[in-house]
Write a protein that binds this ligand. Structure first.
Ligand SMILES: Cc1ncc(COP(=O)(O)O)c(C=O)c1O
Length: 403
């Protein structure tokens, strides 16, 4: 090529030296991929040759990370899963529903879902013609009856453990009931992660994640993932929904997720150990009327959680006897725990749903979903347990001192 003018040199001169293999996954911050020549472009476009075209359709950083999420969800199985990376947990859920369902189809789900998912179903999907049927998914007879009454149900969608009440549902039994009616079974595995629970190996067809939470683990990224076992449906239905809705995540967020996932097992082990200790401590506190943690032997879902989870997770919620005032005083008395509306990060996070996430939810509706005035949600971090406990003691003392 002839010597370029200064301005052209500014635009062009940045050679990818592509020497030795990078030790760490690089961030492919490129919106598209260039071809050596026209035949190569045609071969990649036609699918004859493997390659990337445009980052909304696929990108090496994203592909490496989604493959890893799929491998973790399918770990121990001889089958392969396919992963897709989305811009948030909500984008993963909406992409999956829009890819798999048609208007007129119904989703069977539970009332105690993450609030955003509930709103997506009610405020976005329902007006588009998708139907939403609610049932107590822990009551398998009620589920069977509901399925029989609503032949339009094409998807059974659940969270286990659920946000913020930590109730669990039987993944295998729900998947069997869904399949008997020709419906799909979808698990939101955000709370458990594939280290603690593998819904796809228990019979679910799809898993969704808010990777914003435990999978990333460091609170520095918002993203989501879908993993499916039906490779054809993933390619023919779910991937086109992601590609055409443009719900893909960015290479940078994928790179952050990859870094976070390197320590997933170590973090989850510590989260679970700390949460179990916090739950045991909480039940002894006179200000606490109830502790929701599936690891406690008298928790109604303890047997079920013991069967389908490796450990019981890092999330604990509990009710303060003093209701709204006690909730406020407790939270204001804390110094170490971070007051933030997220979960699954390395630091201990606290949320008072009645004054935070559910402030605008009508009181009757909030109470019906099991979220009382004094309910506190704790995402127990990986700090030293003594420090977490002494901070919680400070919170409890702040309630006492006000009385
Ligand atoms: C269980 C669960 N699923 C999905 C979501 C949505 O994820 P995101 O905020 O990444 O869109 C959340 C968010 O808190 C959640 O808790």
């Amino acid at each position: 090529m002839k010597k370029l003018q200064f301005g052209s040199q500014c635009v062009r001169a940045a050679r990818d030296t592509k020497t030795t293999r990078p030790h760490q996954l690089p961030i492919y911050a490129t919106s598209s991929f260039a071809f050596e020549d026209l035949p190569e472009g045609m071969a990649v476009f036609s699918g004859e040759q493997q390659g990337h075209l445009y980052s909304r359709f696929g990108n090496p950083t994203i592909d490496a990370v989604t493959e890893k999420v799929a491998q973790l969800e399918m770990h121990g199985s001889s089958e392969a899963g396919r992963g897709l990376f989305c811009s948030s947990g909500m984008s993963a859920i909406s992409t999956l529903c829009l890819g798999l369902l048609q208007p007129g189809d119904a989703i069977l789900t539970q009332p105690n879902l993450y609030g955003g998912t509930n709103e997506l179903f009610q405020k976005v999907l329902q007006p588009l013609g998708f139907r939403v049927v609610m049932a107590d998914l822990s009551d398998l007879n009620a589920v069977a009856e509901t399925l029989a009454q609503h032949p339009a149900i094409r998807m059974v969608y659940f969270e286990t453990p659920a946000n913020p009440t930590l109730s669990c549902v039987d993944i295998e039994a729900l998947s069997n009931l869904a399949h008997a009616q020709g419906a799909l079974s979808v698990a939101d595995n955000t709370f458990a992660t594939p280290y603690l629970q593998q819904p796809l190996l228990l019979g679910a067809d799809y898993v969704v994640h808010s990777t914003t939470k435990y999978l990333n683990g460091h609170g520095n990224s918002t993203a989501g993932a879908i993993v499916g076992k039906d490779l054809e449906a993933m390619q023919e239905r779910v991937f086109p929904a992601l590609k055409l809705l443009g719900t893909n995540g960015s290479p940078f967020e994928a790179w952050l997720l990859n870094n976070g996932m390197k320590t997933l097992e170590l973090r989850m082990e510590r989260h679970c150990k700390n949460a179990a200790k916090v739950a045991k401590w909480l039940i002894q506190q006179p200000q606490v009327s109830r502790v929701n943690y599936p690891g406690l032997p008298d928790h109604p879902d303890h047997q079920l959680a013991s069967r389908q989870m490796r450990h019981f997770g890092g999330m604990v919620s509990f009710e303060l006897k003093g209701g709204l005032d006690a909730g406020r005083q407790f939270v204001e008395g804390l110094e170490l725990c971070t007051l933030a509306p997220t979960m699954g990060d390395v630091d201990t996070l606290i949320m008072h749903p009645a004054t935070m996430s559910h402030l605008k939810v009508p009181v009757e509706q909030r109470l019906a979903a099991g979220i009382s005035d004094g309910l506190i949600r704790l995402s127990v971090g990986i700090e030293n347990i003594e420090d977490i406990r002494s901070d919680l003691e400070k919170g409890m003392a702040a309630i006492k001192s006000e009385r």
